[in-house]
Write a protein that binds this ligand. Structure first.
Ligand code: SF4
Length: 661
């Protein structure tokens, strides 16, 4: 394989890196993957910062980052650190710096690590496109070098580590002008600073490539690993994170899709899950994500990949033929597995987003209406709502009247036996072992076969990926549904695991649908069962959205908040969500401050940004539309802005009515 960003794409191996000490706690090398997070209280509030840090440490944080927006806060890190040590907490502290080299140079003398953002360390953002010649570009690099060298010297003198942390949303005008808003631009942004460090023989460095867009984030980390190797730079450890992931379920799914995809390939030495929640809630999620890899090295062998049929640095959806409404240009489909539920009633379909009104005697579908249900050996006895189709086991299909929009799922053996099939759509269940040359030849010639790909390998994403690569390398265009079956486990765990396994494939354009299931359903009551299916259905849509392959709900790009935050982010996010969560496909950025907010929400259609105490700026895309709206009117004015653009819809009352019914 020509391009290789990971040690192996089939065997789980951590990417070999330098070991970097952050105080007494080392990361990279043979150290476990570390957990970290960031405080949200004002850095000038010494006791508040100390107490929040302690709560974070108790929750599992191994490093704690604290913002130092100016010299004053950098100086106060001394008091925070002293009080923590006095209370017996040795946790290494990291100063988070944007725009203020003076604060960095002071903090580097106090705390164990300094994080700088190469997009704004020596550059002020003017949102200008500048034409550079090689000479003028070099002059800029020389200017940066001069500004940056003092910090490196201090770090060397005090044994302080550094993270060069690129954010997709805050690339400098210089990088944007030359490389654009791309993963390559993100990588170059860090490398410009890194080369200066190496010139001065300073190597205590950690790198990160964060973005809110999970595709960009994963591509940038991969490209960084590749570029370090290509340029003969040191193999520095990576800090992983998805910025502005949001809150609750969406924030967790999005974080797992981005971070988990990289961890699967052994990339990542420390993790921060950014949620718009109290920071002590972040570490348990990060721990749960990481925990999975403690036992991964002993997984069942997967044969190496000889020919990589995708470009891992650029998103392209795998080309497939359209079968039924699956594959081709269709959005990836959601199949809800309800096979263990018998005697299904109309009302039960609510758990898959199809709502029945007895009053109106009709169904309606919400934004999370499954496309298919899999009923196993218990076909539904009534007519399904429009838009919902059914998949049944082959034996049941043979005996259940073979209705239209009622499709069989065949095992590989049933499929190769050549028995009667549906004339239009057949689902064929395969694992990597059953994708034999004979089976592949049959599939290739069959314009009705949709492959359901499953695995029991603990290294699931890699084996499923390998299976799809086999199809691609054999010129097979049948769509693939990704099937993951999990043993009984905590819902939070299943959420992270499924997001990693399925998201990791979707980010590379692999997969035309998803079906998730979990075992031991028979031991549950029907009500519990319906709740589980409801959760898996929502999870499936959440993963597709987080991987940016199917937008079914409003997306919130909300910052995790920090000492700069100018309003209550959690409360405001909840309020905005309550008023707008029916606006399918719209992205709303909710950012605590004007310093970093606008850049970080680069992807959003609308922005709500703290601009001063009690004052909010409203954005349309990257353009500021209202500069200082009083906070109490800001949500109404945001909705007004959406309305002016013709993007506002009145919330659908039908679902609420049905809920009350
Ligand atoms: S955008 Fe949010 S997390 Fe980022 S610096 Fe501003 S307040 Fe802090």
């Amino acid at each position: 394989m020509k391009e290789q960003y990971a040690s192996s794409l089939t065997q789980y191996v951590r990417r070999p890196t330098r070991e970097v000490y952050i105080g007494e706690v080392a990361l990279g090398g043979n150290n476990p993957i570390r957990v970290q997070s960031m405080t949200t209280v004002d850095t000038m509030d010494t006791l508040g910062s100390v107490e929040q840090t302690i709560r974070m440490v108790e929750a599992g944080c191994e490093y704690v980052r604290i913002t130092a927006p100016s010299v004053k806060e950098a100086e106060n890190l001394r008091n925070i650190k002293a009080e923590l040590r006095r209370r017996g907490y040795q946790v290494p502290l990291i100063a988070d710096i944007h725009f203020t080299p003076n604060a960095a140079e002071l903090a580097a003398r106090i705390v164990e690590k300094v994080r700088i953002n190469p997009g704004n360390y020596a550059d002020k953002k003017k949102f200008e496109t500048i034409e550079y010649t090689d000479v003028t570009y070099q002059a800029e690099l020389d200017r940066i070098r001069e500004r940056f060298i003092p910090l490196i010297k201090i770090c060397k003198e005090y044994g302080t580590a550094m993270r060069i942390g690129t954010n997709h949303g805050s690339l400098s005008d210089r990088i944007l002008s030359r490389y654009g808003d791309t993963p390559l631009g993100m990588v170059e942004s860090a490398l410009e600073f890194l080369r200066i460090c190496e010139d001065l023989n300073y190597y205590d460095i950690v790198l990160s490539m964060k973005a809110s867009n999970t595709q960009v984030m994963v591509q940038a980390y991969r490209m960084l690993a590749q570029k370090l190797a290509e340029e003969g730079l040191q193999p520095y450890p990576f800090h992983l994170g998805v910025t502005e992931a949001g809150e609750g379920e969406d924030g967790r799914i999005k974080s797992a899709v981005g971070i988990g995809t990289l961890l699967e390939d052994g990339i990542g030495d420390t993790v921060r899950v950014s949620l718009t929640e109290a920071p002590e809630f972040e570490a348990p999620v990060a721990k749960m994500l990481i925990h999975r890899y403690a036992t991964r090295p002993g997984h069942k062998e997967i044969k190496p990949i000889c020919n990589l049929p995708i470009n891992p640095y650029q998103y392209h959806r795998r080309s497939t033929t359209e079968i039924g409404n699956i594959g081709g240009h269709n959005v990836p489909r959601v199949i809800a597995d309800i096979s263990k539920l018998t005697a299904l009633q109309y009302a039960d379909l609510k758990c898959v987003g199809h709502l029945y009104s007895m009053l109106l005697d009709k169904f309606s579908m919400n934004d999370l209406g499954a496309d298919y249900i899999y009923t196993g050996s218990h076909p539904v006895s009534f007519m399904l709502p429009n838009g919902l189709k059914e998949i049944v086991d082959y034996a049941a299909w043979l005996t259940a009247g073979q209705r239209t929009e009622h499709y069989p799922v065949l095992t590989a053996a049933e499929y190769t036996a050549g028995t009667p099939h549906h004339p239009e759509v057949n689902f064929v269940s395969n694992n990597i072992e059953s994708l034999t040359a004979d089976n592949l030849a049959l599939l290739k010639a069959d314009s009705t076969a949709v492959i359901i790909l499953f695995t029991d390998n603990e290294h699931a994403m890699a084996e499923l990926r390998k299976g799809i690569f086999r199809l691609m390398n054999n010129g097979i265009l049948n769509p693939v549904i990704i099937n993951r079956q999990y043993p009984d486990m905590l819902a939070e765990q299943l959420q992270l695991y499924a997001s990693t396994d399925v998201g990791g494939l979707l980010l590379d354009g692999l997969g035309d649908g998803v079906v998730l299931s979990t075992e031991k359903m028979l031991e549950r009551t029907k009500a519990e069962w319906l709740a589980v299916i409801d959760g898996l259905n929502k999870l499936s849509f959440g993963i597709l959205q987080a991987a940016r392959t199917r937008m079914s709900k409003t997306e919130y790009i909300s910052c995790p908040s920090c000492g700069r935050t100018l309003f209550d982010l959690q409360e405001t996010t909840a309020m905005i969500r309550k008023r707008t969560d029916h606006l399918k496909g719209i992205k709303i950025g909710i950012m605590g401050c004007i310093v970093n907010g606008p850049g970080e929400m680069a992807d959003a259609n609308y922005g709500y940004v703290g601009v001063g105490k009690g004052k909010i700026a409203l954005y349309r895309g990257q353009n500021i539309i209202k500069k200082a709206v009083p906070e109490e009117r800001a949500v109404d004015e945001l909705i007004e802005l959406i309305r002016e653009d013709g993007n506002w819809l009145e919330p659908l009352v039908l679902e609420q009515e049905l809920d009350n019914f």
